[in-house]
Design a protein around this ligand. Structure first.
Ligand SMILES: *Cc1c(COP(=O)(O)O)cnc(C)c1O
Length: 360
């Protein structure tokens, strides 16, 4: 068996020990005679799996007691509608900060549900940087302010937390939740699909402050009503049981490695290997403003685009896959989430150096 270095933006590489454990437990989970996939979500075996995943998520993220952690479905794209349906009712208005493709999609989807104001946009800089908070035009009457904490396609990431005063801050953290420690108390709501840093697709994590529950628009489907899901411990409908189980194994693995502080050290070290090389290369480049570079998704281009295909093929031959950039931006992108070992990034940089020598 050979495992590749998988630089996919998501669904993404998972820690090998987690996959091994899941394989071991596939046919018979802890003597139950069943796979986790076959268990009732209301049975005591699955409830123990659910409770452990909940407890670990809360522990790793130091979630304060006045927040609920919901395990939902629908992904971050679903949340683009679910968030306004649940939160915009207070004033009918919301502020959105645009920093790239994902926040633009959130903004577009929200239009259906109220008056959406663009508080700031990085479009003037082709989304290569995050607009400074001093330039934001925030509406004190907004029900919430929405940001995307890490733009998975453009590779820009907030390395600071916006201050929105008494207006709740809402963040799509799909591609950087659990990659570093986080002060949850600065946010009203955080959402993230699991398939970047936390597990398989199908599970969406929503962390919501208690006072934001109970304001859903009447059109909100019950399964997407945060209050109803909170009251039902995320079991208003059948939750994505197997994805919750795998996420629990990933959380255990993160904890065993030293928690989110250790993830941050590991992720900074990996990103430095790649960005340091890009900065000195005359052949490859990254266009994102230095202070806003993502530690998770590193887009880069070859100065001679006619070599793109040869670059990708050569990488695949060496067991490095999914390096092709998003169709919107072209070029390359290396997604280097928690589960990407530093050896993978070093192998990529060694290959890039060699490619530059051969073609430069
Ligand atoms: C991957 C991603 C999404 C899309 O998530 P889905 O699970 O496809 O709904 C949205 N936002 C960000 C920031 C992402 O990285």
């Amino acid at each position: 068996m050979t495992r590749v270095f998988n630089f996919s933006p998501g669904p993404a590489t998972l820690p090998e020990p987690v996959l091994r454990k899941a394989a071991q437990e596939m046919l018979d989970w802890h003597g139950s005679g069943m796979s986790v996939m076959e268990m009732s979500h209301r049975g005591k075996q699955f409830i123990s799996i659910y409770d452990e995943a909940q407890a670990l998520a809360r522990e790793l993220l130091a979630v304060p007691a006045n927040y609920k952690v919901l395990f939902m479905q629908g992904g971050a794209i679903g949340e683009n509608a679910i968030v306004p349906m649940n939160l915009i009712g207070k004033t009918g208005k919301a502020d959105y900060v645009l920093t790239g493709d994902w926040s633009q999609r959130s903004f577009k989807e929200a239009q259906t549900f109220g008056t959406i104001n663009i508080a700031a946009t990085g479009e003037g800089d082709k989304f290569r940087s995050i607009p400074k908070q001093s330039t934001w035009k925030l509406d004190p009457q907004a029900s919430y302010v929405h940001i995307c904490s890490n733009e998975t396609i453009g590779g820009v990431e907030y390395h600071w937390t916006p201050d929105t005063g008494s207006v709740p801050l809402v963040a799509d953290m799909s591609s950087n939740l659990m990659s570093r420690p986080l002060d949850v108390s600065k946010y009203g709501l955080i959402y993230a699909g699991a398939q970047k840093n936390m597990g398989p697709s199908g599970l969406t994590i929503v962390i919501v402050r208690d006072d934001l529950l109970g304001h859903a628009l009447p059109i909100t489907p019950s399964a997407f009503n945060y209050q109803l899901q909170a009251e039902a411990d995320s079991m208003f409908n059948t939750p994505p049981t197997y994805a919750i189980y795998i996420a629990g194994l990933v959380f255990n693995h993160i904890k065993a490695q030293g928690g989110l502080a250790a993830m941050q050290v590991h992720n900074e070290a990996k990103a430095a290997v790649l960005y340091d090389f890009l900065d000195e290369s005359k052949f490859f480049y990254n266009s994102v403003a230095r202070e806003d570079r993502s530690l998770m998704n590193v887009p880069f281009k070859l100065k001679d685009e006619s070599l793109d295909e040869a670059f990708l093929q050569g990488a695949a031959d060496k067991g490095m896959i999914q390096l092709k950039g998003h169709r919107i931006s072209g070029g390359m992108r290396a997604s280097i989430y928690n589960a990407m070992p530093i050896e993978g990034v070093k192998a990529l940089v060694a290959y890039m150096k060699d490619f530059e020598v051969r073609h430069g």
